[in-house]
Write a new protein. Structure first.
Length: 255
């Protein structure tokens, strides 16, 4: 049976890797590196830099996986994502069977952590359900959620209060009435600029852990326009942007 390591690499900076992740990097003989095209080449480059820095064996092989583009979400988001995952799974299966020998150990470097808004696990489970003989081990990584809090020097939660982690798509339906601290990921539509800003603070970051990291924070009503402008500038400069933010009611402190 083929063995795969899903190694959480953190949000970009090689220094975010854990000691467990470094050890796992040196257990694998083949690394599968997602390739999302020229526009997002920096994401692949970040993975390659981690491998160069931490892998000791000169015999380690690297295999690129061309990732197909997802169709526009339309009215049936889940169906579109399921179709996309099926196409990715077909490419994974072809390369896993041709590039990883039975009994060998391969690895994926997963941005952030494999358990949070990443689909590698789901795709491998799909392949297992289809009969591909693979097993996997998860090496947890530092998430963008943790890095966001660290870079803004804040705690994610306030005393006795919950944290919600959601997406821009869900936020578009409205911030839950009882939400105290809400982390929003995958917000390509700048939903923060479309909700009622009253009594909300925002802690925003783009491209955490990369050279062009940007941080902005303050009352949402005061900084939303600045965030939108900055976000678009980052996207225009490199063709993509990965951002995340925390919305908090009533500022930093709560009585």
């Amino acid at each position: 049976m083929r063995k795969l390591l899903l190694i959480g690499m953190g949000p970009g900076d090689p220094n975010y890797l854990t000691l467990q992740a470094v050890e796992a990097l040196n257990r694998a003989s083949v690394f599968f590196l997602p390739d999302k095209g020229a526009e997002k080449a920096e994401l692949k480059t970040a993975r390659e830099e981690i491998c160069r820095r931490f892998i000791k064996s000169p015999d380690t092989r690297f295999v690129s996986i061309d990732i197909p583009q997802r169709a526009p979400a339309g009215d049936d988001y889940r169906a579109v994502v399921d179709d996309w995952h099926a196409r990715i799974a077909a490419r994974y299966e072809a390369l896993l069977t041709s590039e990883l020998a039975d009994g060998a150990c391969g690895a994926f470097l997963v941005w952030g952590d494999p358990s949070l808004y990443d689909s590698t696990l789901r795709i491998l489970d799909r392949l297992r359900a289809q009969g591909l003989a693979i097993d996997y081990e998860i090496i947890p990584g530092i998430t963008a959620v943790q890095a966001l809090a660290a870079r803004h020097r804040i705690a994610l939660n306030r005393i006795g209060e919950p944290i919600t982690i959601t997406t821009g798509r869900k936020l578009a339906a409205g911030l839950p009435i009882d939400a105290d601290s809400t982390v929003v990921m995958l917000d390509g539509d700048e939903t923060f600029a479309k909700i009622d800003p009253a009594d909300l603070e925002i802690y925003w970051a783009a491209n955490l852990g990369l050279a062009d990291e940007v941080l902005i924070s303050g009352p949402l009503k005061d900084v939303a326009a600045d965030i939108s402008r900055t976000r678009r500038q980052v996207r225009e400069a490199k063709g993509w942007v990965m951002d995340i933010y925390l919305l908090r009611r009533g500022g930093k402190a709560k009585a």
